[in-house]
Design a protein around this ligand. Structure first.
Ligand code: ACM
Length: 684
């Protein structure tokens, strides 16, 4: 190799490495989420002062109202008393100058791209559509930074557009009802994360939530009085539209239909069955009767009533988890299957689905359904909503199977946030997975949807299960596949998490309310400490068999006050890793800080007046305090006996056991630390 080639290669490598370095630096500096497709930093800075203004190039469309709200959010964030609380029109001297070409019809694939340029003393935003401009305004709010003297917009040039057109959040309002204001604050949060589909799971075994004029018994007998009226639905759809969010309704049939059958038992598959709104969680047998013509008349009339409320072209019919037990028990249904030559219940469900597809087509709606609708004979126009992972017959999962078979598909598997798994898990899961796909197959992956099933959440706690993890998943849906650094994501997410509260999300503030209720006191510090190291039991183990909790069980317990990715636990475990690799005095001091905190926490806890909810935490807290004292002794230089070492081990074993539906997530760190201390010879 000649010198010049070597030099060129060296320069190229240096350039690539400085790009990567630069990228890392930028995400250190800016707390943007989702991370934009292209971003460059510059030295400009636009101060937010009383003369701050936003100007837009036209009043039509969504931007004017949105920008008014953005001004309100900026003044709240910064405490700056601006003179101008509403956007100006075509003002060449405005601080933020927004222009867009057209007002968009909200539909899948709408142009959401934008450019944002921070100049010397103004910010320029341009977009093809008003929706692109909304996305840019959210980026603007995230760019606000401060020093001791002022708030300002940091200098960047951004060119951005989403990777996927379908970036959704499903909220199940059946298992627990969520009033309009809960949905609205979540729509605000979704818009702040550039999400664009609200999937409204309106019916299930535990409740039918639409007030029907045609079939009033649905809400009278199937909802416990908790449902949405048509004006409320119109209000939500309009609220979402103003934020560039489509709304996809779901009426789950033929299974998950107990609430429908509690109202109209004659539509069920089992004669004489006592259909009652379900109070537990799980998969149940009540199923619409696919051979009863009245079922199709019912669904036709019901869809005719619902469709006009939802302008979006997609209509979700559920279709999941029908085990067909009541079909098997029904003689007439068996005869029908034989006559038609149906081999199994899948064939019968396909027959049912295709009838629904035809009904929906009459109303210009496209049928969408969960995995199970993908049976032989299902037309390719159906959208497959993949919730199951790897399953029999197709190791790469149903989403990949669907797109390979020619269906368009949306992924929810592994965005099941009700499973209370770490944000890292969800974040690293790509909608298209890692299986090689052709360009065409890849284009059929429409995007992803976070699913908030609500068996174990109420309006008080639901935000704490959705956020902040959904923000990181929103990044997965919007940003480039290569944006996947966990450290960067967590650092930015911590900031975004605070900012979500500006929008009325209660995922942080709800905890104090719960803890005051548990403590029957305002002195909740000792409990708050525990919530930073305990997490709720994961992957449905909290509600083993679906029968530990009913709809009306309390959801104000210690487990409800705990969240996944408990902050102190995460940091403590990292600290132990770091100490194990390279023990320093500083790290030892930090570890002592944690153990002292837990020990002192227990002392405070003991001062609270006992009550039955509180008592359940006492044993674990005492054990935590006990091990903390021993670790403190060792870290302070004490050389401890083997018996003390054994005592730690035994106590940790006790602490490993779940406590009131939570688990202590520092035990792995404590065990690792014990090993390290033993190696260091602290324990004889
Ligand atoms: C589902 O989780 N049954 C869609």
């Amino acid at each position: 190799m000649t010198n010049s080639i070597v030099k060129t290669i060296f320069l190229a490598l240096t350039f690539v490495s400085s790009m990567i370095h630069c990228q890392e630096k930028l995400s250190d500096k800016y707390n943007l989420m989702p991370w934009p497709q292209e971003i460059q930093s510059n030295a400009n800075r636009v101060k937010i002062a009383k003369d701050f203004t936003i100007s837009i190039n036209k009043k039509e469309g969504r931007v004017y109202n949105y920008a008014t709200n953005i001004i309100r959010r900026i003044t709240n964030r910064t405490g700056v008393f601006v003179d101008q609380g509403f956007p100006l029109l075509n003002d060449k001297n405005a601080t933020v100058r927004v222009s867009f070409d057209e007002v968009a019809e909200l539909k899948l694939g709408v142009d959401e791209s934008y450019e944002l340029d921070v100049n010397n003393n103004f910010v320029e935003i341009s977009a093809k559509t008003d929706i692109g401009a909304l996305r840019a305004l959210e980026t603007l709010v995230q760019l606000i930074d401060h020093n001791e003297n002022s708030f300002f917009v940091n200098g960047v040039v951004i060119k951005d557009n989403p990777r996927y057109g379908w970036r959704g959040l499903m909220i199940d309002v059946s298992r627990h009802f969520h009033p309009v204001e809960v949905l609205k604050r979540n729509l605000d949060a979704m818009a702040s994360m550039k999400m664009n589909v609200f999937h409204w799971h309106l019916s299930d075994d535990q409740g039918f939530r639409f007030k029907s004029d045609t079939y009033p018994k649905l809400h009278e007998l199937g909802s416990d009085g908790l449902y949405y009226t048509k004006p409320q639905i119109r209000d939500i759809v309009s609220y979402a539209n103003k934020r560039g969010i489509r709304v996809v309704p779901e009426i789950d049939v033929p299974g998950h239909a107990t609430a429908i059958l509690a109202a109209y038992p004659e539509l069920g598959s089992k004669d004489g069955y006592d259909y009652k709104i379900e109070r537990f969680s799980g998969v149940f047998h009540p199923t619409l009767n696919p051979i009863n013509p009245k079922v199709y008349t019912f669904l036709d009339n019901l869809f005719a009533e619902i469709v006009p409320l939802f302008p979006d072209v997609y209509f979700h019919i559920g279709g999941d988890e029908n085990e067909g037990k009541h079909w098997d028990e029904n003689h007439e249904i068996q005869k029908f299957k034989n006559k038609k030559g149906f081999k199994n219940n899948h064939d019968l469900q396909t027959y049912f689905n295709i009838k629904l597809q035809k009904i929906l087509a009459k109303y210009d709606r496209k049928l969408m359904g969960w995995d199970e609708i993908m049976t032989d004979g299902m037309p390719k126009s159906a959208i497959i909503h993949s919730w199951r992972g790897v399953n029999e017959g197709f190791k790469d999962g149903t989403l990949i199977e669907a797109v390979k078979k020619g269906y368009q598909a949306v992924l929810s598997n592994d965005y099941y946030i009700d499973r209370v798994q770490s944000v890292d898990h969800h974040y690293l899961f790509d909608p298209a997975g890692d299986v090689p796909l052709t360009k065409e197959e890849e284009s059929r992956v429409l995007g992803g949807e976070v699913t908030m099933w609500s068996e174990l959440v109420t309006p008080l706690t639901v935000d704490s299960r959705i956020w902040p993890r959904t923000a990181a998943i929103a990044e997965r849906f919007w940003s480039s596949k290569e944006v996947k650094d966990l450290k960067s994501m967590r650092k930015r997410l911590a900031v975004v998490s605070f900012q979500l509260e500006e929008l009325g999300i209660t995922h942080l503030s709800y905890r104090n309310q719960l803890l005051r209720n548990i403590a029957k006191s305002k002195n909740t510090e000792s409990l708050e400490l525990l919530t930073a190291i305990f997490e709720p039991l994961k992957i449905y183990t909290r509600n083993e068999g679906g029968t530990e909790y009913k709809t009306f069980s309390p959801f104000t317990l210690f487990a409800d006050a705990c969240v996944v990715d408990a902050e102190d636990a995460y940091n403590f475990n990292l600290l132990v890793d770091s100490y194990s690799d390279n023990p320093t005095t500083e790290k030892s001091e930090e570890l002592k800080g944690y153990f002292s905190k837990w020990k002192e926490g227990h002392a405070k806890f003991k001062k609270l007046k006992n009550n039955p909810i509180l008592n359940e935490l006492g044993n674990h807290y005492e054990n935590l305090s006990k091990v903390s004292s021993i670790y403190l002794e060792i870290l302070k230089g004490g050389s401890l006996s083997k018996s003390k070492g054994n005592e730690i081990k035994e106590t940790i074993e006790k602490l490993k056991k779940p406590m009131v539906d939570t688990e202590l997530v520092i035990v792995s760190g404590m065990e690792k630390l014990l090993k390290k201390l033993k190696k260091e010879g602290s324990i004889k």
